[in-house]
Design a protein around this ligand. Structure first.
Ligand code: SF4
Length: 349
């Protein structure tokens, strides 16, 4: 009898995903090398190519991204090489890791204006340290529990933006499901960040993210970018704008939630649409060359009139509102692999 994993992920499928994972990992290595050796190119590839398309991908196909993310590949290398100790993480610690992930996100993003957007070496060093951390955690903890569905600062954003994906893929990371996290965000449909953990710091962090992220993004875009030597003197300004925006947006969210507690799912979708809409309100014009010419993904400035910035902005806001707010049948990020048969007992971490 064939093993269940072969039924779930046939050899051609497995090969396809391994090639994709290898290709994206290779792209990650090239960007990392460029950050050290050709900083201008590395910074452009990271901040003007990869990062601007990521939010849209998280809305449309978060499972696809999670199947190929280079950091995820680094984190799961020990698991696939059968070198991981696969220690389970308790529900309490899953909530703590989520809270730390949200904190990391809110601390790291403002540093872009201060140092990360302009210093290839520092950005490369941070990414390298994160890759080692992700890989190191993979040697100890089970499957996705410590990094991809734990400490990764992108994970909370995946949960916020990825509530209604258009595309579901097969889970190409987990050979079998050991229930490394519960609930599994990859396999369960229609989840919102607040569902990831029902109590403790993770619950509060989820509310902070959902309510505060639209204001955080609007505030972040009010801050200029400094050269690293100068940026250190502007740290208070770099944090004050996004944190101020976060506070206003969070208060608004909590007031409405308090008045209409049964509308939490819809309100979360509204704030997710507001966050991703705000991001592309500012970023979409730059991506097509109607802003800083050096930051364009595709420079269409010679064919697009200056006024096209407004229909473009309105279009992206409406598009993401439609994707996140219009009723649609729920689907998971990815299909869950067969269950692992060995019974496991949960340790404290
Ligand atoms: S499918 Fe199972 S093993 Fe994979 S991330 Fe989800 S809970 Fe963990």
């Amino acid at each position: 009898m064939k093993p269940e994993t072969e039924v779930f992920l046939t050899t051609p499928r497995r090969l396809f995903w391994r090639v994709m994972q290898g290709a994206f990992f290779g792209v990650g290595v090239i960007i990392l090398a460029a950050l050290f050796l050709r900083p201008e190119l590395g910074l452009h590839l990271l901040w003007n190519v990869l990062i601007p398309v990521a939010p849209a991908l998280l809305v449309l196909a978060p499972g696809l991204w999670r199947n190929v993310c280079p950091m995820g590949t680094a984190s799961l290398l020990p698991y696939h090489a059968k070198l991981s100790r696969r220690v389970p993480i308790s529900e309490r610690w899953q909530g703590i890791l989520l809270a730390i992930a949200v904190l990391l996100l809110l601390v790291i993003v403002p540093l872009r204006h201060v140092v990360l957007d302009r210093s290839g070496v520092i950005t490369g060093a941070v990414l390298l340290a994160v890759a080692f951390l992700a890989g190191g955690l993979g040697f100890i903890f089970d499957t996705r529990s410590a990094w991809c569905s734990g400490l990764c600062p992108v994970y909370p954003v995946e949960m916020l933006y990825g509530a209604k994906p258009l595309v579901t893929v097969r889970n190409a990371r987990c050979n079998t499901c050991s229930k490394c996290v519960a609930p599994c965000r990859d396999s369960k449909d229609a989840m919102i960040p607040q569902d990831a953990t029902r109590r403790g710091p993770g619950r509060w962090a989820a509310l902070l993210l959902v309510g505060g992220f639209p204001g955080f993004i609007v505030g972040w875009y009010q801050v200029p970018t400094w050269e690293p030597a100068e940026g250190i003197y502007h740290l208070p300004e770099a944090y004050a704008w996004p944190m101020g925006g976060l506070a206003i947006s969070l208060v608004l969210f909590l007031v409405v939630l308090n008045a209409y507690p049964r509308a939490q799912t819809w309100l979360t979708a509204l704030f997710a649409a507001a966050a991703v809409g705000a991001y592309y309100w500012f970023k979409a014009p730059v991506m097509v060359g109607l802003g800083d010419p050096g930051a364009a993904l595709v420079d269409l400035s010679s064919v697009l009139p200056a006024w096209s910035i407004w229909p473009l902005r309105a279009g992206v806001v409406l598009l993401f509102a439609a994707l996140l707010l219009l009723p649609r049948s729920a689907r998971p990020w990815s299909l869950r692999p067969p269950k692992q048969r060995v019974a496991r007992s949960y340790a404290s971490l």
